[in-house]
Design a protein around this ligand. Structure first.
Ligand SMILES: *[C@@H]1O[C@H](CO)[C@@H](O)[C@H](O)[C@H]1NC(C)=O
Ligand SMILES: *[C@@H]1O[C@H](CO)[C@@H](O)[C@H](O)[C@H]1NC(C)=O
Ligand SMILES: *[C@@H]1O[C@H](CO)[C@@H](O)[C@H](O)[C@H]1NC(C)=O
Length: 518
């Protein structure tokens, strides 16, 4: 059940981001042309003002964005979802805090701080880079409102410097019932991390969320923006000075959102704080000892709620690719940029027709593991040159086996299988746009790629999700004529006026009475 519930939330949240990134459409080509001609001029902001809008993606964006409204907890403002109402109004009262806002996880009523903060960080990133495009289709305001619904919760969840509430609700009790959030009657216990029981990854992720959101609100609401930035700075110090994994220290949380390490969140948070403040000490933090210890330069990883390394690499590449003065001669930053390239190379198929079965994928995965082990041993013991050689071999290996499912979708995980393709597509779009500020060429082994190749990959993943797949079904609920009808979601599965026991609706053979749009 834990795994099942995990899957729903992220599927849709990521989808929102990719779809909105795709709204960029034709714009980037304009920017590219400009860059090609004016080699020496300053890099243009990427992407530029909205150009032609592809209706397919702007429709998808509108649908996907509503998922945030479906998931909202608290006293709803300007509610547009007919079957949703106020809920969880007393969340936080146990600690005399107002934790009524925030969003429910997946189809349940838990509020898990770790994935919620990550959602806020990635939503901020999407708004920062593609806000112009969202505005062009009237989705910027809804996006900002949804972000604020999350950050309002996170601000209240951080009442003093070294205390952060990371969970509302009891997952065991929560999973034993099936009811609308509006009718929820269970106790809502709170879980915190603090100096004696620290949770570095959740505190650092929350710092990343606050820092990135402070940039989103900088122009429109400078007071709120500086509040967010203060919380972000405090939270990174708290996370860094009290190191320990939240899922080791509070084992109950490991069943739901287990963390495999906190190094990536520390780097991610410091990278966002650098962007939010311009303070070079945050750059020193990621390029110095912490980088060496945690960054795993040269080993491509998948971007996810648990692992932010690939995201950090792309975010830091921004500094080099946009020619910031802090980038020149900074070998640490160069490592991040190269690693981001490795991630991109691992995503690109050798040719548009390259697809391989999931069988090949499994073989490739075990080969890859052995290769990675060898690489690691070699880099520990042999010279830099050899390490470089092995790195190149490794990249071309990953590249050769760019692992495609029969329908063209990346397939990494049996559970929540859309999260990796969609998260990868998001990074590929960002990187392709960042590349346009420079030479606009990506070299993978002896092949060279253009930003449009990355965009093509990203589109292929999004199009698969939107219905270009063997089932001809859109996995974005509410989009197109054919989409899932039996979504594992309490609010969607129970009619508003139901008077009978909730579980009968869970097992009902009929389609959901309400559409969990998004
Ligand atoms: C264009 O940029 C490249 C690489 O930065 C440089 O070597 C070349 O001289 C530039 N060409 C012009 C016409 O400025
Ligand atoms: C610190 O957090 C732990 C884990 O949530 C909790 O059990 C403990 O009571 C907290 N300490 C204080 C002083 O509140
Ligand atoms: C959580 O992750 C750690 C570190 O990767 C691992 O050792 C542990 O078995 C995982 N726990 C669960 C419940 O998945």
């Amino acid at each position: 059940m834990g795994k099942e519930s995990k899957s729903r939330g992220f599927l849709a949240w990521f989808l929102v981001l990719v779809i909105l990134a795709l709204v960029v459409g034709a714009v980037v080509y304009t920017v590219k042309k400009k860059m090609d001609n004016k080699n020496d001029s300053k890099p243009a902001p990427v992407p530029g003002p909205p150009g032609a809008i592809d209706k397919k993606y702007s429709d998808a964006l509108k649908i996907a964005m509503q998922f945030f409204d479906v998931q909202k907890s608290g006293r709803l403002e300007d509610n547009k979802i007919s079957w949703r109402g106020n809920s969880a109004l007393t969340d936080g009262s146990e600690a005399k805090l107002d934790l009524s806002k925030g969003m429910y996880d997946a189809g349940d009523h838990m509020k898990f701080g770790f994935p919620m903060a990550f959602t806020a960080t990635v939503l901020s990133w999407a708004i920062l880079e593609y806000g112009d495009q969202m505005e062009a289709v009237n989705e910027l305001e809804p996006a900002r409102e949804s972000l604020k619904w999350l950050t309002d919760f996170l601000v209240n969840a951080h009442p003093t410097e070294n205390v952060l509430y990371i969970q509302v609700g009891d997952p065991e009790a929560d999973h034993k019932c099936w009811e609308r959030p509006e009718d929820m009657k269970e106790k809502r216990p709170l879980t915190q991390v603090n100096e004696s029981v620290p949770g570095t990854e959740v505190a650092a992720e929350t710092a990343a969320a606050m820092a990135s959101a402070s940039l989103v609100f900088k122009a429109a609401d400078s007071t709120y923006s500086s509040t967010l930035l203060t919380h972000a700075k405090q939270l990174l110090s708290f996370a860094d000075n009290n190191r320990g994994s939240y899922s080791e220290n509070i084992p109950e949380v490991a069943t739901y959102y287990n963390s495999t390490g906190y190094g990536d969140e520390l780097l991610w948070a410091a990278s966002w704080l650098y962007h939010a403040t311009g303070d070079g000490s945050y750059l020193g933090y990621v390029t110095g000892e912490n980088g060496k210890q945690f960054a795993q330069w040269g080993s491509p990883t998948w971007f996810s709620w648990d692992n932010k390394l690939a995201g950090t690499q792309v975010l830091l590449s921004r500094i080099s690719l946009f020619c910031s003065k802090d980038a020149s001669g900074n070998s640490g930053l160069e490592n991040y940029r190269k690693s981001a390239e490795d991630v991109m190379c691992s995503l690109l198929p050798k040719s548009p027709s390259a697809t391989s079965s999931s069988n090949v994928f499994f073989k490739a995965k075990s080969f890859g593991f052995i290769f990675l082990l060898c690489r690691r041993m070699l880099s520990d013991h042999l010279s830099h040159r050899l390490t470089e050689l092995v790195r190149t071999l490794w990249i071309s290996f990953v590249y050769q086996y760019s692992l495609y499912h029969a329908g063209g979708l990346i397939w990494v995980s049996e559970w929540n299988s859309l999260q990796h393709p969609v998260a990868s597509a998001f990074l590929a779009l960002l990187y392709s746009d960042y590349m346009l500020t420079q030479t606009a060429k990506l070299t993978c082994g002896d092949h060279s790629f253009k930003p449009s190749d990355l965009r093509k990959f990203a589109k292929s993943q999004a199009d698969y999700v939107l219905g270009n797949n063997p089932l001809k079904m859109s996995f974005l609920v509410g989009y197109g004529d054919k989409y899932p009808q039996y979504v594992h979601h309490r609010g969607a599965s129970i009619p508003v006026d139901a008077t009978t026991d909730g579980f009968q609706w869970l097992t009902s053979p009929k389609p959901n009475p309400n559409v969990a749009v998004g």
